[in-house]
Design a protein around this ligand. Structure first.
Ligand code: TYC
Length: 101
């Protein structure tokens, strides 16, 4: 009997799949005051005044702006909280999410 240890002929490569990230998108509207949008961005997304102003003004001019990317759960929670902050004041402020390519 040949008791030599034989090596497996195939190797299993374990591919590590990183979770897909989701974008939070700020959508422009004609009613929410600019300063309120900036306040929400600073509070919910930990942005500086400067960062928040740039995101707000980009959405204002272009129609929408990517705020940040997170895992799906975090993106959805933050988008909901930020949208609710506007609704609480009667504003139609909207944050949406979509998966990153
Ligand atoms: N367009 C709004 C205004 O002129 C300001 C605004 C900017 C609202 C960005 C929403 O996502 C937004 N008061």
């Amino acid at each position: 009997m040949n008791n030599a240890v034989t090596k497996p002929k195939t190797r299993t490569r374990t591919k590590v799949q990183r979770p897909r990230l989701h974008k939070v998108i700020l959508v422009n509207d004609d009613f929410t005051p600019r300063e309120f949008v900036v306040t929400v961005l600073k509070g919910e997304f930990r942005m500086t005044e400067d960062q928040a102003y740039k995101v707000m003004i980009t959405a204002h001019k272009k129609g929408s702006c990517v705020v940040a990317v997170f895992t799906k759960d975090v993106a959805e929670t933050k988008a909901t909280r930020a949208t609710d902050a506007g609704r609480a004041k009667g504003y139609p402020l909207l944050f949406t999410t979509e998966p990153e390519e």
